[in-house]
Ligand binder design. Structure first.
Ligand SMILES: NC(=O)c1ccc[n+]([C@@H]2O[C@H](COP(=O)([O-])OP(=O)(O)OC[C@H]3O[C@@H](n4cnc5c(N)ncnc54)[C@H](O)[C@@H]3O)[C@@H](O)[C@H]2O)c1
Length: 280
């Protein structure tokens, strides 16, 4: 029996690489899974991954920033599956720009898509969980960028840091209702978004230099984030709330020089495909 047997999970912004892996992992553990994304095709693909994992669920187009949209999504999930136990908020976007050129509109768009939308997801879940008296688990997505500076990512890093403290505040406010609120802070995870980064922002990331900053010696895999999401969703973490858990191969613990690329890699073999052009 899976650790999420009989539970119902909703993922908002779940159509990205990490969302798909989490949706499939929740399904493998026995949960029914609803995946919402602003992009209908991505939501449907993620729902396909749920079915492929042997689970049941559906995908739906939702703009998390539309007032009331996630409350309606929660109602929909309850109508279909009778309960809500897990709300996983994954919406985010970024703008790469020198801070002196970053417009207020761009800054606000990142902040709204990340912090405001994730808050809306948490709030909709808590409204239901409190009135149902059922408790539950809310999982937000931060980043290692919420714990330190990254040039040209002022809006993203400010948003990721805001998620850390939003998570603490909601956790202490809703603890009396049996609702746990935690977040995950990944480092660089090998999703299609990272693979295609070079096309979107040519020459900005030197992938070898990045990997040399990771004590584990490699990028993370979406499934490695999903395993932690399952832990936070399940009773195995029943006394854990208010934390932001790094899933980062040791990045946040490391202040030494970049490791030598000739060192053997730790952990499972890197499943990476060639990552495109680097700065070397
Ligand atoms: N991939 C990484 O390396 C990495 C690293 C650190 C943190 N994270 C965080 O993990 C989370 C998931 O990562 P990912 O790589 O799958 O990201 P992603 O950008 O691919 O996924 C985010 C999803 O949110 C959706 N979205 C955006 N605005 C929305 C809205 N208004 N309403 C509904 N959906 C909306 C997008 O369509 C997208 O599918 C994000 O919060 C990201 O910031 C990822």
């Amino acid at each position: 029996m899976g650790s999420l047997e009989g539970r119902v999970a909703v993922l908002v912004g779940g159509g990205g690489g990490i969302g798909v892996a989490c949706a499939a992992a929740f399904a493998k553990q026995g949960a029914k899974v609803v995946v919402a994304d602003i992009d209908q095709r991505l939501a449907d693909d993620a729902a396909g991954a749920v079915v492929q994992a042997g689970g049941e669920g559906f995908g739906v187009r939702v703009d998390a920033l539309e007032e009331g949209s996630i409350d309606a999504l929660v109602d929909d999930a309850i109508r279909r599956y009778g309960r809500l136990d897990i709300m996983h908020n994954l919406t985010s976007t970024t703008v790469l720009s020198p801070s002196v050129d970053l417009t207020t509109e761009q800054f606000e768009r990142v902040l709204r898509t990340t912090v405001v939308a994730q808050f809306a997801g948490a709030r909709a879940a808590a409204r239901h969980m409190i009135s149902a008296g059922s408790g539950g688990s809310v999982i937000n997505m931060s980043s290692i960028g919420g714990h330190g500076g990254m040039p040209k990512r002022a809006a993203y890093t400010a948003s990721a840091a805001a998620i850390v403290n939003l998570t603490r505040t909601l956790a202490v406010e809703w603890a009396e209702h049996g609702i746990r609120v935690n977040a995950i802070a990944p480092s660089w995870i090998l999703t299609d978004a990272l693979r295609n980064y070079d096309k979107q922002y040519p020459g900005v990331l030197d992938f070898d230099a990045l990997q040399a900053r990771i004590p584990a010696g490699r990028f993370g895999l979406p499934e490695e984030v999903a395993d932690v999401a399952v832990f936070l969703a399940s009773d195995a973490s029943r006394f854990v709330t208010g934390v932001t858990l790094p899933v980062d191969g040791g990045v946040l613990s490391y202040v030494g020089p970049a490791r030598s690329l000739s060192q053997p890699q730790a952990g499972p073999p890197d499943k990476s495909e060639p990552l495109g052009r680097t700065d070397r």
